[in-house]
Design a protein around this ligand. Structure first.
Ligand code: ZN
Length: 291
Protein backbone atom coordinates (compact mmCIF):
# COMPACT_ATOMS: atom_id res chain seq x y z
CA UNK A 1 0.00 0.00 0.00
CA UNK A 2 2.87 2.38 0.83
CA UNK A 3 6.29 3.23 -0.61
CA UNK A 4 8.21 1.40 2.13
CA UNK A 5 7.62 -2.20 3.26
CA UNK A 6 8.40 -1.12 6.81
CA UNK A 7 5.43 1.28 6.93
CA UNK A 8 2.69 0.10 9.25
CA UNK A 9 -0.98 0.60 10.01
CA UNK A 10 -2.12 0.04 13.56
CA UNK A 11 -5.85 -0.28 14.18
CA UNK A 12 -6.69 -0.25 17.89
CA UNK A 13 -10.10 -1.94 17.54
CA UNK A 14 -8.81 -4.40 14.91
CA UNK A 15 -11.46 -3.80 12.25
CA UNK A 16 -10.27 -4.53 8.66
CA UNK A 17 -7.89 -1.92 7.22
CA UNK A 18 -10.15 -0.62 4.42
CA UNK A 19 -13.04 -0.20 6.82
CA UNK A 20 -10.85 1.38 9.50
CA UNK A 21 -9.50 3.99 7.09
CA UNK A 22 -12.79 4.69 5.29
CA UNK A 23 -14.53 5.73 8.53
CA UNK A 24 -12.01 8.58 9.04
CA UNK A 25 -13.51 12.07 9.33
CA UNK A 26 -10.56 13.87 10.95
CA UNK A 27 -7.01 13.19 9.70
CA UNK A 28 -3.76 14.49 11.18
CA UNK A 29 -0.43 14.19 9.37
CA UNK A 30 2.66 14.88 11.48
CA UNK A 31 6.41 14.65 11.13
CA UNK A 32 7.26 12.70 14.30
CA UNK A 33 5.81 10.43 16.95
CA UNK A 34 4.15 12.67 19.59
CA UNK A 35 3.54 15.65 17.26
CA UNK A 36 -0.05 14.49 16.68
CA UNK A 37 -0.85 14.48 20.39
CA UNK A 38 0.84 17.88 20.89
CA UNK A 39 -0.92 19.66 18.03
CA UNK A 40 -4.19 17.83 17.36
CA UNK A 41 -5.83 17.12 20.71
CA UNK A 42 -8.99 18.98 19.63
CA UNK A 43 -9.93 16.59 16.79
CA UNK A 44 -8.92 13.58 18.91
CA UNK A 45 -11.33 14.75 21.65
CA UNK A 46 -14.02 15.60 19.10
CA UNK A 47 -13.94 12.04 17.76
CA UNK A 48 -13.51 10.25 21.10
CA UNK A 49 -16.41 7.83 21.71
CA UNK A 50 -18.39 9.25 18.77
CA UNK A 51 -19.76 6.55 16.45
CA UNK A 52 -19.90 8.91 13.44
CA UNK A 53 -16.55 10.69 13.94
CA UNK A 54 -13.17 8.99 13.63
CA UNK A 55 -9.64 10.30 13.99
CA UNK A 56 -6.71 8.87 12.03
CA UNK A 57 -3.10 9.81 12.76
CA UNK A 58 -0.19 9.66 10.31
CA UNK A 59 3.48 9.95 11.27
CA UNK A 60 5.63 10.55 8.20
CA UNK A 61 9.18 10.01 9.56
CA UNK A 62 10.88 7.02 11.19
CA UNK A 63 11.94 8.44 14.57
CA UNK A 64 15.51 7.13 14.13
CA UNK A 65 17.18 10.44 14.86
CA UNK A 66 15.22 11.08 18.08
CA UNK A 67 17.07 12.59 21.04
CA UNK A 68 17.64 10.07 23.88
CA UNK A 69 18.58 10.18 27.54
CA UNK A 70 17.95 8.38 30.82
CA UNK A 71 17.11 4.68 30.32
CA UNK A 72 17.17 5.26 26.54
CA UNK A 73 20.65 6.82 26.52
CA UNK A 74 22.47 3.90 24.90
CA UNK A 75 19.69 2.86 22.51
CA UNK A 76 20.67 2.50 18.86
CA UNK A 77 18.73 4.39 16.17
CA UNK A 78 16.82 1.19 15.38
CA UNK A 79 15.94 0.61 19.06
CA UNK A 80 14.76 4.21 19.30
CA UNK A 81 12.64 3.74 16.20
CA UNK A 82 10.95 0.72 17.81
CA UNK A 83 10.38 2.58 21.09
CA UNK A 84 8.82 5.51 19.29
CA UNK A 85 6.58 3.28 17.16
CA UNK A 86 5.43 1.54 20.36
CA UNK A 87 4.70 4.87 22.08
CA UNK A 88 2.69 6.06 19.08
CA UNK A 89 0.62 2.85 19.14
CA UNK A 90 -0.04 3.42 22.85
CA UNK A 91 -1.37 6.92 22.12
CA UNK A 92 -3.59 5.60 19.31
CA UNK A 93 -5.02 3.00 21.71
CA UNK A 94 -5.64 5.53 24.49
CA UNK A 95 -7.19 8.04 22.08
CA UNK A 96 -9.27 5.34 20.31
CA UNK A 97 -8.06 6.39 16.87
CA UNK A 98 -9.62 4.86 13.75
CA UNK A 99 -6.07 4.02 12.66
CA UNK A 100 -2.48 5.06 13.21
CA UNK A 101 -0.21 5.00 10.16
CA UNK A 102 3.58 5.13 10.38
CA UNK A 103 5.14 5.81 6.95
CA UNK A 104 8.73 5.33 8.19
CA UNK A 105 10.41 7.78 5.79
CA UNK A 106 13.84 9.08 6.85
CA UNK A 107 13.75 12.73 7.85
CA UNK A 108 16.25 13.57 5.10
CA UNK A 109 13.95 12.15 2.41
CA UNK A 110 10.94 13.99 3.85
CA UNK A 111 12.80 17.32 3.73
CA UNK A 112 13.89 16.79 0.11
CA UNK A 113 11.18 18.19 -2.18
CA UNK A 114 12.57 16.18 -5.14
CA UNK A 115 11.75 12.86 -3.41
CA UNK A 116 8.25 11.76 -4.48
CA UNK A 117 7.73 9.02 -1.83
CA UNK A 118 6.11 10.97 1.01
CA UNK A 119 3.66 12.82 -1.28
CA UNK A 120 2.69 9.54 -2.99
CA UNK A 121 1.98 7.94 0.38
CA UNK A 122 -0.09 10.92 1.54
CA UNK A 123 -2.15 10.80 -1.66
CA UNK A 124 -2.79 7.08 -1.00
CA UNK A 125 -3.95 7.91 2.54
CA UNK A 126 -6.20 10.76 1.41
CA UNK A 127 -7.86 8.49 -1.17
CA UNK A 128 -8.42 5.74 1.42
CA UNK A 129 -9.73 8.06 4.14
CA UNK A 130 -11.54 10.96 2.38
CA UNK A 131 -11.39 13.11 5.54
CA UNK A 132 -13.51 16.21 6.03
CA UNK A 133 -10.88 17.91 8.16
CA UNK A 134 -7.10 17.67 7.86
CA UNK A 135 -4.53 18.86 10.41
CA UNK A 136 -0.78 19.26 9.93
CA UNK A 137 2.08 21.49 11.09
CA UNK A 138 1.75 25.25 10.67
CA UNK A 139 3.92 26.83 7.97
CA UNK A 140 5.67 29.18 10.43
CA UNK A 141 6.92 26.30 12.61
CA UNK A 142 10.67 26.46 13.36
CA UNK A 143 11.44 22.77 12.66
CA UNK A 144 12.42 22.08 9.02
CA UNK A 145 10.88 18.59 9.00
CA UNK A 146 7.57 19.95 10.31
CA UNK A 147 7.32 22.56 7.56
CA UNK A 148 8.41 19.95 4.98
CA UNK A 149 5.54 17.66 6.06
CA UNK A 150 3.04 20.53 5.81
CA UNK A 151 4.28 21.27 2.27
CA UNK A 152 4.02 17.58 1.28
CA UNK A 153 0.44 17.50 2.63
CA UNK A 154 -0.48 20.58 0.56
CA UNK A 155 1.15 19.04 -2.54
CA UNK A 156 -0.75 15.77 -2.01
CA UNK A 157 -4.13 17.47 -1.56
CA UNK A 158 -3.50 19.48 -4.74
CA UNK A 159 -3.13 16.22 -6.66
CA UNK A 160 -6.69 15.22 -5.81
CA UNK A 161 -9.60 16.30 -8.02
CA UNK A 162 -11.17 19.42 -6.44
CA UNK A 163 -14.29 17.51 -5.35
CA UNK A 164 -12.23 14.97 -3.39
CA UNK A 165 -10.23 17.54 -1.42
CA UNK A 166 -10.95 17.96 2.30
CA UNK A 167 -13.22 20.77 3.41
CA UNK A 168 -10.56 22.25 5.67
CA UNK A 169 -6.80 22.10 6.17
CA UNK A 170 -5.37 23.52 9.39
CA UNK A 171 -1.75 24.16 10.45
CA UNK A 172 -1.24 23.53 14.17
CA UNK A 173 1.18 24.28 17.01
CA UNK A 174 4.28 22.28 17.98
CA UNK A 175 7.64 24.03 17.58
CA UNK A 176 6.28 27.56 17.71
CA UNK A 177 2.84 28.51 18.87
CA UNK A 178 0.43 30.73 16.94
CA UNK A 179 -0.22 33.32 19.62
CA UNK A 180 1.55 35.91 17.43
CA UNK A 181 -1.19 35.78 14.78
CA UNK A 182 -3.60 38.72 14.87
CA UNK A 183 -6.75 37.52 16.60
CA UNK A 184 -8.86 37.54 13.42
CA UNK A 185 -6.39 35.09 11.83
CA UNK A 186 -6.50 32.64 14.74
CA UNK A 187 -8.58 29.50 14.59
CA UNK A 188 -9.18 28.55 18.23
CA UNK A 189 -9.79 24.88 18.93
CA UNK A 190 -11.46 24.39 22.31
CA UNK A 191 -9.57 21.82 24.37
CA UNK A 192 -11.53 22.28 27.63
CA UNK A 193 -12.93 18.77 27.72
CA UNK A 194 -11.25 15.46 28.60
CA UNK A 195 -8.24 17.14 30.18
CA UNK A 196 -6.95 13.94 31.76
CA UNK A 197 -7.22 12.12 28.44
CA UNK A 198 -5.19 14.88 26.79
CA UNK A 199 -2.57 14.56 29.54
CA UNK A 200 -2.46 10.78 29.03
CA UNK A 201 -1.98 11.21 25.27
CA UNK A 202 1.10 13.41 25.64
CA UNK A 203 2.28 11.43 28.67
CA UNK A 204 2.84 8.09 26.90
CA UNK A 205 5.84 9.49 25.01
CA UNK A 206 8.20 8.68 27.85
CA UNK A 207 11.31 8.45 25.64
CA UNK A 208 11.05 12.14 24.79
CA UNK A 209 10.10 13.31 28.26
CA UNK A 210 12.67 11.16 30.12
CA UNK A 211 15.55 13.44 29.11
CA UNK A 212 14.00 16.29 31.09
CA UNK A 213 11.98 17.87 28.29
CA UNK A 214 8.53 18.11 29.87
CA UNK A 215 6.52 18.17 26.65
CA UNK A 216 3.56 16.86 28.66
CA UNK A 217 3.46 19.85 31.02
CA UNK A 218 4.45 22.36 28.32
CA UNK A 219 1.72 21.20 25.95
CA UNK A 220 -1.04 21.32 28.55
CA UNK A 221 0.33 24.65 29.81
CA UNK A 222 0.29 26.15 26.32
CA UNK A 223 -3.41 25.30 25.96
CA UNK A 224 -4.17 26.97 29.29
CA UNK A 225 -2.07 30.01 28.39
CA UNK A 226 -3.74 30.36 25.00
CA UNK A 227 -7.18 30.32 26.64
CA UNK A 228 -6.22 32.79 29.37
CA UNK A 229 -4.44 35.29 27.14
CA UNK A 230 -6.82 35.18 24.19
CA UNK A 231 -9.00 38.12 25.27
CA UNK A 232 -7.44 40.52 27.73
CA UNK A 233 -10.73 41.76 29.23
CA UNK A 234 -13.02 38.76 29.23
CA UNK A 235 -13.46 36.05 31.80
CA UNK A 236 -12.15 32.74 30.43
CA UNK A 237 -14.83 30.80 28.64
CA UNK A 238 -12.52 27.95 27.68
CA UNK A 239 -10.08 26.16 29.96
CA UNK A 240 -7.88 25.31 27.00
CA UNK A 241 -7.35 26.49 23.44
CA UNK A 242 -5.04 25.19 20.72
CA UNK A 243 -4.50 27.58 17.83
CA UNK A 244 -4.64 26.71 14.18
CA UNK A 245 -3.87 28.53 10.96
CA UNK A 246 -6.42 27.98 8.21
CA UNK A 247 -4.46 26.65 5.22
CA UNK A 248 -7.49 25.71 3.13
CA UNK A 249 -6.89 28.44 0.55
CA UNK A 250 -3.64 26.69 -0.40
CA UNK A 251 -5.66 23.60 -1.34
CA UNK A 252 -8.32 25.38 -3.39
CA UNK A 253 -5.96 27.83 -5.14
CA UNK A 254 -3.25 25.50 -6.41
CA UNK A 255 -1.22 28.39 -7.83
CA UNK A 256 -0.81 30.10 -4.48
CA UNK A 257 2.76 30.03 -3.12
CA UNK A 258 2.85 28.69 0.49
CA UNK A 259 5.79 30.97 1.33
CA UNK A 260 3.95 34.11 0.18
CA UNK A 261 0.76 32.93 1.87
CA UNK A 262 2.63 32.61 5.19
CA UNK A 263 4.30 36.00 4.78
CA UNK A 264 0.86 37.62 4.54
CA UNK A 265 0.10 36.52 8.13
CA UNK A 266 3.46 37.83 9.32
CA UNK A 267 2.79 41.17 7.62
CA UNK A 268 -0.57 41.47 9.33
CA UNK A 269 1.20 40.82 12.65
CA UNK A 270 3.78 43.53 11.81
CA UNK A 271 1.00 45.97 10.88
CA UNK A 272 -0.84 45.22 14.14
CA UNK A 273 2.26 46.12 16.18
CA UNK A 274 2.87 49.27 14.10
CA UNK A 275 -0.70 50.62 14.36
CA UNK A 276 -0.65 50.20 18.14
CA UNK A 277 2.26 52.65 18.31
CA UNK A 278 0.34 55.09 16.13
CA UNK A 279 -2.61 54.79 18.48
CA UNK A 280 -0.80 55.28 21.78
CA UNK A 281 1.99 57.52 20.51
CA UNK A 282 5.70 56.96 20.01
CA UNK A 283 8.06 59.32 21.87
CA UNK A 284 11.09 59.29 19.62
CA UNK A 285 11.71 59.76 15.91
CA UNK A 286 15.30 58.53 15.71
CA UNK A 287 15.61 55.42 13.56
CA UNK A 288 17.50 52.42 14.86
CA UNK A 289 20.25 51.05 12.68
CA UNK A 290 22.09 47.80 13.18
CA UNK A 291 19.15 45.71 14.35
ZN1 ZN B 1 8.17 16.81 15.56
Amino acid sequence: MFELDTAEIYIPDEVPVDQALARTTHLCLAAHQDDIEIMASAPIITCFQQPDKWFTGVVVTDGRGSPRDGIYKDYSDEQMRLVRFKEQRKAAFVGEYAAQIMLDHPSKITKDASQPGPVRDIVTILKATHPRFVYTHNLADKHDTHVAVALRVIAAIRELPPKERPEKLYGCEVWRDLDWLVDSDKIGFDTSKHESLQAALVGVFDSQIAGGKRYDLATMGRRTANATYFQSHDVDTSQGIAYGLDLTLLTTDTELDPAEFTQAFIQRFAADVATRFQRVGSTTTKSITGL
